[in-house]
Design a protein around this ligand. Structure first.
Ligand code: NAX
Ligand code: K
Length: 492
């Protein structure tokens, strides 16, 4: 198992609750945070050939930075501290750290003294950032980003909203971020991954409390490893389910074929593709069985509806019928747009007793929630949870740091993947991967987690060979995903 701290993601309310329960801990949580930061700085070694430049802000994040400065000084380093707050307005723990720094002989500066610095430490703001940066802080962030050497952000890169991953005016671009207690959603989604650099977590010895804390989890293989089962030698194609893909209106046949090819390569025993565009064979992948869409509804053991479906009358009718078939059902693309337009269909979906999965990108999510796109991106976790709740479905909100939410309130953030996935057809491949797992009998949440994780990991594997991120095509993903999936399987 992964240690809980590597996977737990807490929103600030849960973090504050944990912090207040440990308000009298010895050493204090702030002392532990400073120790962890000093340890990481020392481990980075090379940047310490010159003094570290440590920015300490007006709150407890600044307090962490001041503890760190004191501990580095004890190690014989000569940190230079720039303090941007007001001493008399510091919260108690940070004020204590401020006085301890002074008692240890440290000085605080209000401007950066000229000199050469080996490492810049960003202790301006953590989870307490509550409004966009003003001119003064914009200019501090610009200075930090213009420095050019390694930058270690404490808890969260300043300017990044740790709840949501939004940049509030400007944000520090760190080379390393050390998150305290647990991960935060904003580090993993939207703009967070571009700001954090190499992300690590120190649980400040609260690991025991994390399992009980209410929050989400980073998607890691142990979450679905129980479903990675070697195949019995005595297998036949009927043993591995039949994935059905419905979509492919005239002019959009490629979407359904991509999903079908992905489903085939992720191990569905049979793949039926029911297209509105009547093709008789996929010459690239003749294993795909192309059938009238209505037939696919009855032949499959799991369904994905939407890739290239269009929003015609027949498309709407197919969605209506698919909702009524008691099989695991994934809905993507125009299937989602139809759901958003037709509340009757949405109501029927929410009342289904077999599992449903929705895989919107942010614009589709906004249509489902009938809200502006910005509202979805302002809080991606909340948006995914609301879709899951409203449609009684597992929701996969795609984008940088895809969010997976289930109707029972669980939520997850996936961190595999790269900009190579931001291209046409990539979502169709994801649908194909997930429906293949559903067809093979995977529980729906495990199928969604594994599918999203694998899809991203396949893109990462391609990028590692310079087949991307620029120019990675969706058609190149299924082979890479297949290779990884087989590598992840335990030996028989
Ligand atoms: N409270 C605790 O027990 C612990 C807190 N820790 C640290 O404390 C941080 C949270 O501390 P705080 O709640 O004090 O919050 P921060 O230190 O993140 O910032 C809050 C301060 O910044 C000001 N502020 C917010 N947005 C601003 C803006 N845009 N421009 C100018 N000023 C702004 C607030 O008025 C407040 O003074 C965590 O991220 C973590 O680094 C750690 O030491 C672990 C323990
Ligand atoms: K920070």
């Amino acid at each position: 198992m992964f240690p809980a701290a590597m996977t737990a993601i807490l929103r600030s309310a849960a973090l504050r609750e944990l912090e207040s329960r440990h308000a009298n801990a010895q050493p204090s949580l702030m002392e532990r945070a400073g120790q962890a930061a000093a340890r990481l700085a020392l481990a980075l070694q090379a940047p310490l050939a010159a003094p570290p430049l440590i920015f300490a802000g007006p709150g407890n994040n600044g307090g962490d930075a001041l503890v760190m400065a004191r501990l580095l000084r004890q190690q014989g380093l000569q940190p230079v501290v720039v303090f941007t707050g007001e001493e008399e307005r510091l919260p108690p723990d940070a004020r204590h750290a401020f006085l301890a720094w002074q008692q240890a002989g440290g000085e605080v500066h209000s401007e950066v003294p000229p000199g050469h610095y080996g490492l810049v430490v960003d202790g301006l703001f953590g989870i307490g950032l509550s409004r966009p940066l003003d001119e003064r802080y914009l200019s501090w962030v610009e200075r930090i980003n213009g420095y050019g050497g390694p930058v270690l952000a404490l808890d969260c890169p300043s300017g990044l909203d740790s709840e949501t991953g939004r940049i509030l005016g400007a944000a520090v671009r760190a080379s390393h971020t050390l998150s305290f207690i647990a991960l935060k959603p904003g580090l993993l989604t939207l703009d967070g991954p571009d700001c954090c650099g190499e992300l690590s977590v120190d649980d400040l010895s609260l690991g025991q409390d994390l399992a009980a804390a209410s929050g989400g989890q980073k998607v890691e293989r142990p979450l679905f490893a129980a479903e990675l089962k070697p195949r019995p030698k005595n297998s036949h194609k009927g043993s591995h389910g039949s994935a059905g893909i419905i979509g492919g209106a005239p002019g959009m046949a490629g979407a359904a074929l991509l999903a079908g090819r992905a489903a085939l390569k992720l191990g569905a025993g049979r793949v039926y593709v029911g297209m509105l565009e009547r093709l008789s064979v996929d010459p690239i992948q003749p294993e795909l069985m192309l059938r009238p869409a209505e037939e696919v509804l009855t032949l499959s053991t799991a369904l994905a509806l939407g890739p290239g479906l269009g929003q015609s009358g027949p498309a709407q009718e197919l969605l209506y019928q698919a909702i009524d078939v008691p099989l695991p059902l994934l809905i993507d693309a125009d299937g989602l747009n139809l759901l958003a337009k037709h509340p009757v269909l949405a109501g029927r979906l929410a009342r289904r007793s077999t599992p449903s999965l929705l895989t919107p990108h942010p614009a589709e999510a906004a249509r489902l929630l009938d809200c502006p796109l910005e509202q979805v991106q302002q809080d991606r976790v909340a948006a995914a949870q609301e879709i899951a709740r409203r449609f009684n479905s597992i929701a996969v909100l795609k984008g940088c740091g895809s969010i997976i939410a289930s109707p029972d309130g669980q939520w997850f953030i996936n961190t595999t993947g790269n900009p190579g996935l931001a291209s046409a057809g990539s979502g169709d491949v994801l649908s194909g991967i997930i429906v293949a797992l559903l067809a093979q009998g995977w529980p729906p949440l495990a199928a969604a987690l594994a599918g999203v994780h694998l899809h991203g990991a396949a893109a990462d594997a391609q990028a590692a060979q310079q087949i991307g991120p620029v120019g990675l095509t969706a058609g190149e993903l299924p082979d890479a995903a297949r290779q990884l999936f087989n590598a992840w399987m335990p030996d028989a």
